[in-house]
Design a protein around this ligand. Structure first.
Ligand SMILES: [Ca+2]
Ligand SMILES: [Ca+2]
Length: 180
């Protein structure tokens, strides 16, 4: 086969491969830290511990897939973010929705763009229940840790900040006087 005939075939084969790679976040920023974890914790206050697994950018609890199709989960944390003695599940997620199901009609979302989100869920009856869902994060979160209900965040530029639950959502507390 002549080389001129081979090149278009190779290019055609590259398109689905590139799309497959794109859908799996191959082209997301290099600073993203993709965590993997496997631990047990009682997150719903019953008699047994749940097994929480983050593997291949997918969250599983007790062998059931919890993260939706199209979500790329980079980190999972369990914490009582609103201090009501019930634990929540915090996920750092990349997906192609800037706003999720309830995006404002006057804002046009860019197609084929990945956005980072912080999603918080409660867990009961073997299911995740949305507790608080961010729109596209700006700036992004590179590192997220939680201590005693306070969220410690580092962005890709190394800027550090502290956040906490304040009745209606997550609010920055290292620049305000919220009494935590
Ligand atoms: Ca349990
Ligand atoms: Ca809680």
């Amino acid at each position: 086969m002549q080389i001129k005939k081979i090149i278009p075939v190779v290019l055609l084969l590259c398109i689905p491969i590139a799309y497959f790679a794109y859908e799996r976040g191959i082209f997301l920023p290099r600073w993203v830290e993709w965590h993997a974890t496997d631990f047990r914790e009682n997150i719903d206050h019953d008699e047994t511990e749940e097994r929480i697994v983050l593997k291949n950018r997918t969250l599983w609890i007790d062998e059931e897939r919890m993260s939706e199709e199209g979500w790329l989960v980079s980190d999972v944390q369990i914490a009582d973010i609103d201090r009501d003695d019930t634990k929540e599940i915090l996920l750092l997620v990349w997906n192609q929705n800037a706003y999720g199901k309830y995006h404002p009609f006057w804002v046009e979302e860019k197609k084929n763009t990945f956005y980072q989100h912080l999603y918080i869920f409660s867990y009961a009856n073997d299911k995740l229940k949305p507790f608080w869902m961010s729109s596209a994060l700006h700036p992004n979160i590179k590192i997220m840790t939680i201590d005693n209900g306070i969220l410690f965040i580092e962005d890709p530029d190394g800027e550090k900040s502290q956040w906490a639950w304040n009745e209606w959502g997550i609010e920055r507390i290292d620049e305000t006087n919220i009494p935590y």
